[in-house]
Ligand binder design. Structure first.
Ligand code: KDG
Ligand code: MG
Length: 402
């Protein structure tokens, strides 16, 4: 069996997606997601100009060998661009293998460990009252777990608050929008939001919050401690994780569970955090962390330390990543939760998929492969449009972490 073609498809049904389609001499094809928000064309070139030509003629059944070829063979290892390209190839090859086996991908991985994948949705509002109402709306839709982000008094733009509610999309302009951030205002406000949420809805639902890398380690410790009475499922990215030691300080001060890893690309990025039990959930997902082959390695390593998975699932992860992640989540023994930010109807039309939501859970469906396809005719109606994530500055103009 041989790979005959590896094509990159770029489409923008409301937001940009980069998709790899690998075709074989046996008529079976596989689909992989290679989207890197705001840097899409770098991955397109990596795939089109460098990796795809090396795939032609290879045996698509040799997934591990092709993974190692992409990783070690480039000499230049790791990094978001390289790992997104490797992930796209890997996801497409697992799709092909599962189709050849006539199985849904979760069966090929080892079979179902659970009947449904618990997801968390995004409730966000311009202020406390609106956010509280939004959380109620998500509870009404059947969600068991909800991330709450709110506008902060005195700040024009806070992370996680969009113009729409169902389809919040942060990559909002052809050049990065500038937003202003002030940690003190946020620290004064966030505990009040969760106090109100627990007072209104009780403790039966899981609540989550994303700090989006904006606090220093001591501020993060302070926030984690202040949130303890409200029993969060997790506090995410409370401080930047390049220096993994920083989490020791946070960990010493709070029992609020911590989640990190949506911007990690390899097991090496997570190694110290997991090994030292400094986090509770690892946020790596298929497209960011080298596909199913590498994500599986990260999850197995995490299991040794009772760290559970909590894969990133914002709108910039295409339905292809969502589908593959759901098969992974259905199998992985140390599953924790899956993020689920819904895509627009236009996106869902470009990517027909077998997964579905019911009663707080996503189900991967029983289609063979990972169950997500791309309709190239519809995709061609939506050409690439430059779109960037915002940047954040402190009130004095200092560039900060968005
Ligand atoms: O592309 C960036 C988004 O994926 C990110 O800002 C979303 O932090 C995020 C989350 O937790 O979903
Ligand atoms: Mg996040």
């Amino acid at each position: 069996m041989k790979i005959t073609d590896a094509r990159v498809i770029v489409t923008c049904p409301g937001r940009n997606f980069v998709t790899l389609k690998i075709e074989t001499d046996q008529g079976v094809y596989g689909i992989g997601d290679a989207t890197l928000n705001g840097r899409e064309l770098a991955v397109v070139s990596y795939l089109r100009d460098h990796l795809a030509p090396c795939l032609i003629g290879r045996d698509p059944r040799r997934i591990e060998d092709i993974w190692q070829y992409g990783y070690r063979g480039a000499y230049w290892r790791r990094g978001p661009v390289t790992m997104a390209a490797i992930a796209a190839v890997d996801t497409a090859l697992w799709d092909i293998k599962a189709k050849m086996a006539g199985m849904p991908l979760y069966d090929l991985l080892g079979g179902k460990s659970r009947d449904g994948v618990m997801v968390y949705g995004h409730a966000n509002g311009a202020d406390l009252e609106q956010t509280v109402d939004e959380v109620g709306r998500y509870i009404g839709m059947g969600y068991k777990a909800i991330r709450a982000q709110s506008g902060v008094p005195g700040l024009k733009d806070a992370y996680g608050v969009g113009r729409g509610t169902m389809y919040y999309e942060p990559a909002d302009a052809a050049l990065p929008t500038e937003t202003v951030w002030d940690t003190r205002k946020s620290l004064n406000f966030v505990p009040k939001l969760f106090e109100k949420l627990r007072a209104t809805y009780g403790f039966d639902h899981h609540l989550l919050h994303d700090g989006h890398h904006r606090y220093t380690p001591m501020e993060a410790a302070n926030l984690g401690k202040a949130l303890e009475p409200y029993q969060l499922f997790w506090l995410e990215d409370c401080t930047p994780a390049e220096n993994q030691e920083a989490f020791k300080l946070v960990r010493q001060h709070t029992t609020t569970p911590l989640a990190v890893g949506e911007i990690f690309n390899t097991i090496w990025d997570c190694k110290d955090l997991i090994q030292n039990q400094l986090i509770d959930y690892i946020r790596c997902t298929v497209v960011r962390a080298g596909g199913i082959t590498h994500l599986r390695r990260i999850a197995d390593f995490a299991a040794l330390y009772q760290v559970r998975t909590g894969s990133h699932g914002a709108t910039d992860l295409s339905p292809v990543t969502m589908g593959a992640a759901l098969h992974f989540d259905t199998w992985v023994p140390n599953f924790g939760i899956q993020e689920y930010m819904r895509h627009t109807p236009e996106t869902d039309e470009v990517f027909p998929h077998a997964y579905s939501f019911a009663d707080g859970y996503l189900h991967p469906g029983d289609a063979i492969g990972h169950g997500v396809d791309i309709d190239e005719t519809i995709a061609a109606r939506y050409p690439y449009k430059p779109a960037y994530l915002p940047v954040a500055r402190l009130e004095d103009g200092t560039l900060w972490n968005w």
